[in-house]
Design a protein around this ligand. Sequence first.
Ligand SMILES: [Zn+2]
Length: 297
Amino acid sequence: MILIYSNKFLEHSKSGHPENKNRLIAIKCLLDKYNYTTIEPKDVEDIEEKIKKVHSEAYVELIKNIKSDTMLDPDTYVVKTSYDVAVNAVEASINAAEYAVNKKNSFAFVRPPGHHTCKDRGMGFCIFNNIAIAAEYLISTNKAKKILILDIDCHHGNGTQEIFYDRKDVFYISLHQYPAYPGTGSADETGAGEGKNLTLNIPLHSYTTDDEYIERIKIFRKVAIDYKPDVILVSAGYDTYIDDPLTSMNITIDGFGKFSKYIKETAKIIDVGVAFILEGGYNLKGLSEGVLKTIKA
Ligand SMILES: [Zn+2]
């Protein structure tokens, strides 16, 4: 598995906020302990143009022109280095997606996360929608015709859903605690127009266990076989962990190993690569040891 990481991702941080640099420091420490090698993200040509294929011009300019610490909403901070860091996170996600479309599985350890950001609005700790921009990049450069996004973060990826809601070239599946932030993700949100039935929300009750989660994720394999994507991108959140401070689920570290194995085996069945792109996870043990389970799987 190709592991993409950069210390640059530590330069967007706010102490006391759950989405801070210690999350990545914890992951990197564990990777170092087990002698995993990481690579730096590579620049992507015309990156701003690639970002603007998903986000509005006005929104990108807003973030670019932030000169001092501010809040986009009550949850989402931006510091003066955030634009550069968020661009690097997009580049790392695009790199990961490119490896995956060439059948090399990858994991991009990025911050800030992305899946809540809509076309013209950042929210929920997210600035640019890393996974959506990576998917759009593969499609607009003809590297993939169809993409399956699996979102296993504890929260519904409302931004990713919105961006691809009426598209037939991206299938979006999300498993999430429901009801919970951001409030979207009910089972009857199934896509629109050409994208009808290409959004699949799997709401989970509080305190969902590993066994229950495995039962509910099984539909992902059926979707993968029927939809035949060229690549699978995973919004990899670890905030379903039993001791996560922001959620109320009962997923264990071993559970993360089981889901990751299931995802990997599914990709193998349909003969495509998988890119994991980091989203949430706010208990440092659950996050770092969960990530390690994914790599081992
Ligand atoms: Zn989350």
